[in-house]
Design a protein around this ligand. Structure first.
Ligand code: FES
Length: 63
């Protein structure tokens, strides 16, 4: 499932970036090569980061 349609970033991509050490929305965007787009995906991205961190055994971060 796509988290960001404008950048074709999937939930799996977010999990990969979080597994590689990205923690914040900014870090995940940088790691995934995010380009400015419509911006409608911020909430979906935050949720995907939370799921990725939870599945990795980390506590969800508000950062
Ligand atoms: S859906 Fe992510 S920038 Fe548009």
């Amino acid at each position: 499932m796509y988290v960001c349609i404008c950048n074709a970033v999937s939930e799996s991509d977010v999990h990969t970036c979080v597994s590689a050490g990205a923690e914040s929305i900014r870090q995940v965007k940088n790691a995934c090569g995010w380009k400015p787009g419509c911006g409608s995906c911020t909430a979906r991205l935050a949720e995907a980061i939370g799921r990725a961190r939870a599945s990795a055994g980390a506590q969800p971060s508000a950062a």
